[in-house]
Design a protein around this ligand. Sequence first.
Ligand SMILES: NC(=O)c1ccc[n+]([C@@H]2O[C@H](COP(=O)([O-])OP(=O)(O)OC[C@H]3O[C@@H](n4cnc5c(N)ncnc54)[C@H](O)[C@@H]3O)[C@@H](O)[C@H]2O)c1
Length: 504
Amino acid sequence: MTALDLSSPVAVVGTGTMGQGIAQVALVAGHPVRLYDAVPGRAQEAAAAIGARLDRLVTKDRLGAADRDAARARLTPADSLTELADCALVVEAVLERLDVKQQLFCELEEIVAEDCLLATNTSSLSVTAIGSALRNPGRFLGLHFFNPAPLLPLVEVVSGFATDVTSATRAYETARTWGKTPVACADTPGFIVNRIARPFYAEALAVYEAQAADPATIDAVLRESGGFRMGAFELTDLIGQDVNESVTHSVWQSFFQDVRFTPSLAQRRLVESGRLGRKSGHGWYDYAEGAERPEPHTAEKAQPPAYVVAEGNLGPAAELLTLIREAGIQVREEDEDHGTRLVLPSGGQLVLADGQTSVEFRDVVYFDLALDYRKATRIALSASQDSAPQTLAEATGLFQALGKDVSVIGDAPGMIVARTVARIVDLAHDAVAKGVATEEDIDTAMRLGVNYPLGPFEWSRRLGRGWAYDLLDDLHLRDPSGRYAPSLALYRHAYATDKREGTP
Ligand SMILES: NC(=O)c1ccc[n+]([C@@H]2O[C@H](COP(=O)([O-])OP(=O)(O)OC[C@H]3O[C@@H](n4cnc5c(N)ncnc54)[C@H](O)[C@@H]3O)[C@@H](O)[C@H]2O)c1
């Protein structure tokens, strides 16, 4: 099945933010494009706005003047839906309301040809439910673009229960000829990106609500240790707290209030108080002129230990041993398998974050997961309640000797990066098991849709099978609400490895 011919007209209905972006993409790809909006005059305004954006592309040398002129000539505002009769694809980007979208598609079905593809750009409604109003729902699907559509490459091609394979494939191939990176997914709440990304926000908010760290520290750790482009607080300030909360709320509701997606009370209060983020001048951070950005917690300089004793296999933190040696600190390796830990000269232990709380060990300092311990510029530490001050001082000095800033946080089992990544990995495995998308498409979607440094499956492979499962299993023991319960899919994944490695 091939993509739509570039000579086939494409219509965009609803010419707000998304409609304009999608129209520009189809137009620059080479299609004749029709614009229709329910508010009279808006399609004309949208055509003018798209024209102005094409001008800017010419100024920036990203589009030739002749191509701009040809594109403008292909762009036509329509005064009524009947003018879309000869279109081969209609993409809808109207109000996010089921009844409005259903009614629109029922009207369109009477106007366009039988083989015209009908697509919705909905973010949160069920594609199946919208299509259910149609006589022929087989040609109906979701084409979920991300904002700004001309810049962001990802498009989720969503098949509802009734969507036929040829329609989905044709839409997929068409998105590809438009220069986009399509991923195929089933019609489930949040599709791929908005479903699997939930823990990125939720876990940061949970660590904050548990009073274990402030937003600036959590953001700094997510960025500098986790390798995420932005921290969860600064990112939601950019997205808009109301917008981010409403996605969380919709996914949670659509999953019948599944506790894994429960919205945050802290974010609720922020939205209720009108602190919506950058657009309102204040969110987690203050954007007023001259307002100072709070600094993350950064520990004072401490003396590094003369040596460490490494016991067992440090797993995802194994590279630390090389870094410690390179810093001129002696590493004595012992074969005893007490778990994954470094013993400090004080006798205290340094342990990679697992799902335990800090009340369970006498003299332990936990350190957080890093995407890459060599490149990380900050590491979070968390001392157990009975740990000796000297243990935290030695742990701090050790990471500082490796060139890292150290943020000391309170008791948060699974710390910040470790629990976030473990939950993302779990939701990704769960999604594949439930037929939402393939591993490859999920990795692509999370890298392109939300800029993750690694796709969840790449991350999972790097961490080793069983790592995320064990962490979540521990967390679930301590918080049996179900929020951290590892999925059956993750269990299968972890168990399969154990068998292969011959461990009972
Ligand atoms: N904004 C985003 O970041 C984003 C991202 C992905 C998907 N979406 C989805 O895209 C859709 C549009 O979002 P938006 O942010 O562009 O909204 P918007 O408010 O900017 O634009 C909506 C446009 O639709 C028009 N409209 C409303 N009802 C109509 C109807 N019955 N027929 C024709 N036109 C109608 C309005 O006049 C308006 O111009 C929504 O379904 C939304 O969930 C939005």
